[in-house]
Write a protein that binds this ligand. Structure first.
Ligand code: G
Ligand code: G
Ligand code: MN
Ligand code: NA
Length: 253
């Protein structure tokens, strides 16, 4: 409850920050995108993980305000980088279920893009399979988002309970292979088969695909061999503050 009260003030007190985890091409090791991940710099408790405060924000209804802040901040950062001659790469932003189903989402995205000057193709929204349980509703929302020119990716892909039929019905652009399939991939033939199948399915459906949670060279080699073009994970970088992304991942002119 104390955390909940603190969280109410966190946005206006500018205690929330975004870190950005580079997404890397297996072909040339270049950064080809970033995922924005929110952190809370608590004045007393230090850095608090979203694993802790996102659920509090969801239960208390603060997630809409926080989610909108995250969206605006991520778009602003990308727009700054683009205007300063940085790499022309997209940012992906995680949506919570409440945010996804809120009637204001499409208008909020539209006005944030206008306000920040970010071109829509450089924004990607991450949703999970669980958010698409109500197919009719989800279909309408995804259609509207897609019509803005914003891309949609399926986070934690392979861990949900939904059917695969939505992949042909809905405007989805990218699958993010959940890191639970990567952790033991070097020893586990089942994980190898599942990951190979997801990559192959994505290729046939003309979807982009990225593997998450790559921590070792062996894991990277397996994914490269299976022709996964994009990866994300501690092997290349943990999520970093914007200035550290610039220092470590911007190619000097
Ligand atoms: O970055 P980290 O590993 O601490 O993220 C933990 C969890 O918090 C992940 O599931 C991630 O998707 C989620 N998360 C991080 N940032 C955001 C955000 O801005 N909005 C939502 N809804 N979830 C986020
Ligand atoms: O749920 P979601 O996929 O959005 O969670 C993303 C989070 O996973 C990141 O914010 C990051 O903190 C965490 N993460 C990213 N790369 C790795 C990795 O290589 N290993 C582990 N264990 N976690 C990672
Ligand atoms: Mn994510
Ligand atoms: Na994920």
């Amino acid at each position: 409850l104390e955390l909940e009260n603190d969280l109410r003030k966190a946005v206006q007190r500018q205690e929330l920050v975004l870190h950005y985890q580079p997404q890397i091409s297996t072909k040339n090791s270049r950064m080809i995108g970033v995922e924005a991940l929110v952190r809370w710099k608590h004045p007393v408790r230090g850095m608090i993980s979203p694993v802790v405060f996102v659920p509090i924000a969801e239960e208390s209804g603060m997630i809409l305000e926080i989610g909108t802040w995250v969206l605006r901040e991520a778009c602003l950062q990308m727009s700054r980088w683009h205007q300063a001659g940085g790499p022309l790469i997209p940012v992906s932003v995680n949506l919570s279920a409440q945010q996804f189903h809120h009637s204001n989402l499409v208008d909020a995205v539209k006005s944030i893009l206008l306000e920040t000057g970010l071109q829509p193709q450089y924004l990607e929204l991450e949703i999970t399979e669980g958010m698409m349980m109500d197919h009719a509703v989800s279909s309408a929302i995804l259609q509207e988002i897609s019509e803005l020119g914003v891309r949609i990716s399926l986070d934690d892909f392979g861990t949900g309970y939904s059917s695969l039929s939505y992949l042909k019905q809905f405007p989805i652009h990218k699958l993010k292979i959940d890191r639970s399939f990567i952790t033991d991939i070097t020893n586990n033939p089942s994980d190898q088969a599942i990951v190979a199948t997801i990559i192959s399915m994505a290729n046939h459906l003309k979807l982009d695909v990225i593997a998450e949670g790559i921590e070792t060279k062996d894991q990277l080699d397996i994914l490269t061999e299976k022709e996964c073009r994009e990866i994300q994970g501690y092997y290349f970088s943990k999520p970093l503050p914007a200035n550290e992304v610039e220092e470590s991942f911007f190619v000097p002119q």
